[in-house]
Each structure stands twice: as C-alpha cells, then as structure tokens.
Design a binder for this molecule. Structure first.
Ligand code: APR
Ligand code: PHB
Length: 391
C-alpha cells in the first residue's frame, strides 16, 4: 500500500505535465500508465503548440528541446478554389505565433523530465479502479503482473484519455455528454521527405480536405479526408500521393516530394465534451473529458489549459488552504474547452466536403473563405483562436 497526495491515471502528455509541474512545487504524485513507455511514445499525434502550452513546458523545465528543435510558425496557408491565401497569425494575433513540434517528442521530453526528478511513473498498470471518490480519503487499486496494490491519496486525476476508466467512474446520472460525429476521417501519412511548404497548408477541395504539415525539415506529415468506410489497405502509398496531388494547387503539387510512408493511419473525426470535469475528489483532464476534430489542432492545447487550471488550483489548495479554484475548476476549464470546440467545429465545417451537403452549402463555404480573406476582423478572429485563447 502506497500513500501519495495525488494519484494520476494516465501517462500521456496531460498526466505527465501535471505530475512534473506539481513535483516542482513539492506536491507528491504518482502516475499509473496502462502501457509500456515505448507503446505510449509510439503513438503519432499532432504537433502544433499554442504559445500558452509552450510557456507551460518551459515552466515545467522541459521546454529546452522544444525551443531548440521546434519551429516557430507565424502563419499558415489555406488553399481553396484554385487560390493559396496566407493567414498571417503574427500580424492578426498581436504578435503571437505557434510552435510546430511533434506530440511524440513532447511526451518523450516529459518522461525524461520525470526521470531527471525521480518522478514516480508505474507502467503496465492494469485493472485500475477508483474508490471512495466522494469521501475525503479516495484510493486507487491496480495490478502489475500478479501484484495487486492500493494507493491512498487525497485527489485522483483522470488523465487516461478517451478510452480510460476515470470518466466512467462518474455515475451516469451525473455525467452529461455532448458529441458530434463527422461523416469522414483523416488518412495521415508520415514520410522522411522535405516538407512541401515551410508553413502548414490547409486545403479545401471538391475531392475533400487535405493538410500539408511537418515535424521537421526532413519529416513531413500529410493528411487527406477519406470516407469512414475506407481502410489502410485501400490506400497504398502511390494512391495516397496521387490523391494528395489532385487536391493541391498545381504549383504546390509540382514541388511535392513523395516517399515511402513510415506511418499511416486513419483517424475518425469527432467533437466530444463530458461535463462536469469533477466528481468529488476526481478531476478529469485532457482527452478523458474532451475530444476535438484535428482540424483546429486544439486537442493537446486544450489538455494543457486543463492542466494549467488544475496545477494552480492544487497549489492554492496545498499552499494556501484555498479550495475556491478546485471548486471552480470544472466550470473554468469547460468555458475554454467550449470556445476551442467552437473553433475546431468551425474550421472543420469550413474546409471539409460533407457527403450529404447541398450545393447551397458549397457556396457558403466559398463565401466564408472570401469573407475571411477580405476582412481584417475575420482574420483577427481566426488568428487569435489558432494561436490560443488566453488561459
Ligand atoms: N489505466 C491507466 N492508464 C490508462 C488507462 C487505464 N485504464 N486507460 C488509458 N490509459 C493511458 C493511455 O495509455 C494513455 O497513455 O492514459 C494515457 C492518456 O493519454 P492521451 O490519450 O494522450 O490523453 P492526454 O494525456 O489527455 O493527451 C491529450 O493526446 O490524443 C491526443 O489529441 C489528443 O493531443 C491530445 C492529447
Ligand atoms: C499535424 O501536424 O499532425 C497537424 C497539424 C495541424 C492540424 C492537425 C494536425 O490542424
């Protein structure tokens, strides 16, 4: 039996970031992760960081490699209706930008930082179960191999992603769920090729959405919108590159460098929010409470805002005996989450081809883009949301 102040379920970016930040404040945590570390680090996810997230990484003393290897992007392009228009984030967000740095690398930096400080992260923790969440002495049970154990704690953080057990520990009568499923997915390819553009290109096309992104100047990440019925087998590399080229403006397609895919996966698109994000001594954070379609690159950044609020609320609790921020956590986190949900939904509606759309909606998409690139007000709205709303 172990005793800690805070038991964190899930060793993804949310759980690790909170554990690191609290450790630096002398608050004792343990992280229970279901899978081995290499499995967690093997996941290919997005990689656009809001400036607020980057600040949190620096405060957590693990931003050094991000600042050294990450790329600062002051804008991105939207290709639409035969045009390529740039969104000047720096100009229209009052001097802010984003950092392009893969989530895999970021998670590796967080694990290294935990190791440096001797942080407690238990891998291969199975059958994790939460108990007595409505008491002032919650506890967590788990099994590693044949050994079962119990952790007594004061708070439990559910940072175990969408498929974790924490959210399901909230009784159905208490939990409210909001969801929108989109009728398509993103087929993503990672290739060791020079990116087609120094900045990201979001593409609206009659054949469907596409995105040209990158991890570095020798590692590219591309996506195309595909029907949910498609499988990887339907998309050999040649077919992927040919389809991507069809959706890109001619000049961009002409300079696209193709190569063998080193990772290929299809991700469904969904918008999801669970409320409340607190149940007694349990606090949800990150994908355990909300999912974003990747169009707006909000998933990781919204996990960071949850962690920012929880981190400050726990400091107020342990250092000042003030529970007002803990009591306000769910409402505060959800307020920012819903704004990010609105932005991701808006970007998704703007740039994708909906199979059941009517021609009128095609015109609306064109008009929305024409308005966007003819109005400084509209551009400021897009830029301030993309670089990240204040915490
Ligand atoms: N017990 C212990 N750990 C678990 C359990 C469980 N029952 N279920 C899941 N986990 C672990 C997963 O293996 C994973 O490593 O919890 C971790 C949750 O990590 P993420 O899914 O990455 O979620 P989060 O840390 O909130 O990060 C959010 O990840 O998916 C992206 O777009 C998303 O960028 C966002 C970010
Ligand atoms: C990515 O690089 O994987 C990426 C970038 C921007 C997005 C989504 C994904 O909106």
């Amino acid at each position: 039996m172990m005793k800690v102040q805070i038991c964190i379920i899930g060793g993804g970016p949310s759980g690790l970031m909170l554990s690191q930040l609290l450790h630096l404040q002398g608050i004792d945590t343990i992280v229970l992760e279901k899978y081995p570390r290499e499995h967690v680090l093997g996941r290919i996810r997005a990689g656009v960081l809001e400036h607020g997230f980057a600040e949190l990484m620096r405060e957590a003393q693990c931003g050094e490699r991000m600042d050294r290897e990450g790329e600062i992007h002051r804008g991105f392009d939207i290709a639409h209706d035969g045009r390529l228009d740039r969104v000047d984030l720096y100009k229209y967000s009052g001097g802010n930008s984003v950092i392009v740095y893969g989530q895999t690398e970021l998670t590796r930096d967080l694990y290294d930082a935990r190791d440096r400080l001797g942080g407690k992260v238990l891998h291969n923790a199975e059958d994790v179960a939460l108990h007595e969440l409505m008491s002032d002495a919650p506890y967590v049970t788990y099994r590693i191999g044949d050994m079962t154990d119990r952790i007594d704690c004061q708070f439990v953080i559910g940072a175990d992603g969408f498929h974790g057990i924490s959210r399901n520990s909230i009784p159905s009568g208490v939990l409210r769920e909001y969801e929108k499923i989109y009728p398509f997915g993103w087929l993503g390819v990672l290739s060791q090729t020079k990116p087609v553009s120094p900045e990201l290109i979001y593409v609206k096309h009659a054949r469907g959405f596409a995105l040209c992104s990158l991890r570095s100047q020798v590692l590219s990440r591309y996506y195309i919108q595909v029907p949910l019925t498609d499988s990887i087998e339907d998309w050999p590399d040649e077919a992927f590159w040919a389809e991507l080229k069809c959706r890109l403006p001619e000049a961009v397609a002409a300079r696209l460098i193709t190569g063998p895919s080193i990772e290929k996966s299809i991700a469904p698109l969904r918008s999801y929010v669970a409320e409340p994000m607190r149940y007694g001594r349990l606090f949800l954070a990150g994908d355990a409470a909300h999912i974003f379609p990747p169009t707006g690159a909000r998933g990781l950044n919204s996990a960071a805002s949850d962690i920012y609020y929880l981190y400050h609320a726990m400091i107020a609790h342990y250092k000042k005996g003030d529970d007002s921020e803990l009591d306000g956590y769910s409402q505060k986190a959800l307020a920012r989450i819903w704004k990010a949900q609105r932005f991701s939904w808006w970007m998704t509606m703007l740039l994708h081809r909906f199979p059941d759309r009517v021609a009128y909606e095609d015109r609306l998409q064109e008009a929305e883009l024409a308005y966007l690139f003819s109005s400084e007000t509209a551009m400021r709205l897009l830029a301030e949301n993309y670089v990240g709303l204040p915490f």
